[in-house]
Design a protein around this ligand. Structure first.
Ligand code: SF4
Ligand code: SF4
Length: 235
């Protein structure tokens, strides 16, 4: 899932300066799970903006809505009636959702309410850890199911650096386990320790974001113009 956290309220208020009719728009997916932009957080931010407005004589009206997924056009289009009267949307979705919102409503300013951080997973209640950096060429089959790109601070592909101490990463020992220590223990458990001796060649980063924005096309799933017309898919 995508992990994000709320921007400081002060920054949100600054970024909304000059707008009168504001919609605070949440998302019920990843950002709801990481307690950043679901219905509850939308309610809290919207109320904080209303209170701030009253205290500082701001003539803004704040409405709120939470949709299933802001990263999918279909859900975003459904709120057209609510959005059309607004001059700004505070998107409480991840950066993907905020961009889809802007794409569907190009004439209404979309302001991000969250800082999108990483692709990760809940570790325990209230703790989320980065797991994947979306490199486009997965090596988990060689590393005991633990990602050396996202989880090693130096993205090392062939074993730990000299700073690994007692299973902790030298870059941030308090919060970060050494990924290569974890890889070693995982491979040992799996009976695949010989993988530690296998040299992973230098990575071709062209499949990662270094090669530019990625585009995935599944030709078998792409609709023909006729099928689009039949299904009423907007252009
Ligand atoms: S190797 Fe690449 S695709 Fe696989 S988990 Fe790590 S970053 Fe993600
Ligand atoms: S201590 Fe481990 S996780 Fe940290 S940079 Fe070195 S190998 Fe990577």
């Amino acid at each position: 899932m995508i992990i994000a956290e709320q921007k400081p309220l002060k920054e949100i208020i600054h970024n909304l300066e000059g707008h009168r009719n504001i919609l605070v728009a949440g998302c019920r997916s990843c950002v709801a799970i990481c307690l950043a932009g679901g219905e509850k957080e939308v309610g809290i931010v919207a109320e904080a903006l209303r209170v701030y407005g009253e205290m500082h004589g701001k003539l803004w009206t704040i409405e709120e809505i939470t949709i299933e997924r802001q990263c999918e056009k279909e859900w975003v289009r459904e709120i057209q009636a609510v959005v059309s009267s607004k001059d700004a949307i505070l998107s409480m979705a991840c950066g993907v959702g905020a961009q889809v919102m802007q794409e569907i409503y190009p004439d209404i300013r979309v302001v991000p309410g969250l800082n999108t951080s990483n692709m990760g997973a809940p570790e325990e209640q209230g703790i989320w850890r980065e797991k994947c950096a979306g490199c486009g060429d997965c090596v988990l089959h060689l590393t005991g199911g633990i990602c050396p790109i996202a989880r090693c601070s130096k993205s090392l592909l062939n074993g730990p650096c000299g700073g690994s101490q007692n299973g902790r990463c030298e870059v941030n020992p308090d919060s970060t386990p050494c990924a290569w220590d974890q890889i070693y223990h995982s491979l040992k458990r799996l009976g695949k320790l010989e993988f530690m001796e296998q040299i992973i060649p230098p990575k071709n980063w062209i499949t990662s974001h270094s090669g530019g924005p990625r585009l995935i096309v599944r030709q078998d799933a792409v609709l023909t113009p006729e099928e689009k017309a039949e299904k009423g898919v907007p252009k």
